[in-house]
Design a protein around this ligand. Sequence first.
Ligand code: HEC
Ligand code: HEC
Ligand code: HEC
Ligand code: HEC
Ligand code: HEC
Length: 401
Amino acid sequence: MRGHRGRQDAEVRGSLLYCLLGGFLLWTLTSIGCRRSEMSEPIVFPAGRFTSAQQCGTCHRDIYTAWRGSQHARAAQNPIFRESYEEAVKVAGEAATRLCLTCHAPTVVLTGDYALAQEVTREGITCDFCHSLKGTDLERREHPFLLEVGATKYGPIRDAASTGHRVAFSEFHLSSLQCAGCHEYRNAHEVPILSTYSEWELYRQRGGDKECQQCHMPQVLANIVDPKVKRVQGAFVNLHTMPGGHARDQLVRALEMRIVEAQRAPRGLRVRVRIRNVGAGHAVPTGSPTRRVILRVEVTTESGHRVRQERVYQRLLLDEHGREIRRDSLLFTEARAVARDTRLAPAEQRMEEFVLPVPTDENLTITATLVYLYSPHERPETETRIEFLSERKELLSRWIR
Ligand code: HEC
Ligand code: HEC
Ligand code: HEC
Ligand code: HEC
Ligand code: HEC
């Protein structure tokens, strides 16, 4: 049961009625006792036109603040995207403009504002885009969004009674399909570029029971609307910051790792590490193919000898010359084939074996570390590198013999 659905609005509606009646009879006297919103006219948002998040934020303040801190709010403006976008436009021209902005500034599909002249376009994945979305049709080629922009805002509250504007309950907003329009994409050569949604379908087939929202929009105690506008009791709000792979605590939740064996072998030390995707509702890593997770095993001897080996989990794409694509700007338009996909599928467990050439008659320290690495432009300055899980084992020489 989601927190905010069962609450009572009767009291609020009653007092609203009282205020309206009072307004007719004795305007000045009664209005003193009425709350501000109950005096103001409901807003009728114009049909076919997106409204800026700033306006939504005048009533939905907590949600606005959370959203402002999200990657969604920065999707059209953040420097990492801008750099890739400018490169992509150099390579592929107007086709790239249309393509990139369809997901990063999706209001363009109606407004055609590809120059990002309007504030609401620059707001990227803005409130009014998600709350005017009624469905997703992944078969549609130009864009998958089924939109109805206007007076009614669609959302997850069954019993919403908005004094602000028209609302309608939408089952769609509780489902992963709400996210699929942007988190799933095959390019013109049928190469999967983003496949988080279809990976999620595999997660469901393997017994997973959560929608994207349940992991990425957990409920937090906050106001759905500013209490000055309407008092909603026991309000829980779905966190609109949507933490993802850039967040260390999400990464920690995704994988489980253990050194299960460390033994002397003919050519050195054999180490076996078990790694399991236990917490993600999709592959790890997911999203852009330039994202990697690296398992690093390192052995240090007492005398200071150090040996390191790695396994890389990534979906690697190739261009038409068979070269590996390592820049975000080229993924969408240039990819022709998948070279390999070593990512951890939902619920997958893998045993990795390493043979490290070290003298095994000394005391040894073994460390296994998981690192998340995202290097969108192949430049260290814009790289994100997060060490998120680590295990250390000491091995005394007498145990080895
Ligand atoms: C004048 C104040 C006001 C403004 C401005 C406003 N809202 Fe609301 N909104 C409300 C109130 C009040 C509710 C009802 C909350 C409840 O019943 O729990 C609401 C409810 C909602 C819901 C929930 C609907 C449901 O059935 O789940 C959504 C979604 C929503 N608003 C989106 C928006 C968007 C998008 C904007 C900007 C385009 C916006 N709102 C601007 C006051 C406002
Ligand atoms: C209109 C397109 C669109 C929709 C709909 C959408 N997203 Fe996104 N999402 C994006 C884009 C674009 C980014 C990357 C923004 C950036 O960093 O520039 C993103 C980023 C994210 C991230 C952050 C990844 C990171 O880098 O940390 C998460 C998590 C996420 N989305 C989850 C969701 C969920 C859950 C839903 C459905 C409730 C959803 N998205 C709906 C387009 C969309
Ligand atoms: C990426 C799409 C997306 C964006 C952007 C977005 N929302 Fe939502 N919003 C959702 C989804 C999905 C839910 C329902 C989550 C659930 O119930 O599991 C939701 C829920 C809500 C609700 C109902 C209360 C709640 O938290 O469940 C309101 C009100 C709302 N959003 C307003 C806004 C406002 C205002 C903004 C901008 C400041 C905004 N949303 C931005 C997708 C979005
Ligand atoms: C069972 C919980 C769960 C579900 C369901 C889930 N996710 Fe995630 N998601 C995670 C965890 C944990 C991570 C961090 C590990 C990672 O990056 O893969 C994550 C990471 C992400 C990222 C960040 C990728 C990056 O490297 O920045 C995006 C984007 C994302 N999820 C989108 C989605 C979408 C869209 C859906 C639904 C189709 C979804 N997730 C369903 C748990 C979940
Ligand atoms: C089908 C929707 C879609 C299209 C088209 C698209 N993107 Fe994205 N983009 C996303 C989503 C969703 C994410 C977040 C998932 C992830 O982080 O891997 C993202 C993330 C990114 C990021 C990482 C941003 C960050 O801050 O981490 C860059 C850079 C990027 N996209 C560039 C581009 C460029 C350039 C184009 C056009 C050539 C493009 N994208 C086209 C959906 C799309």
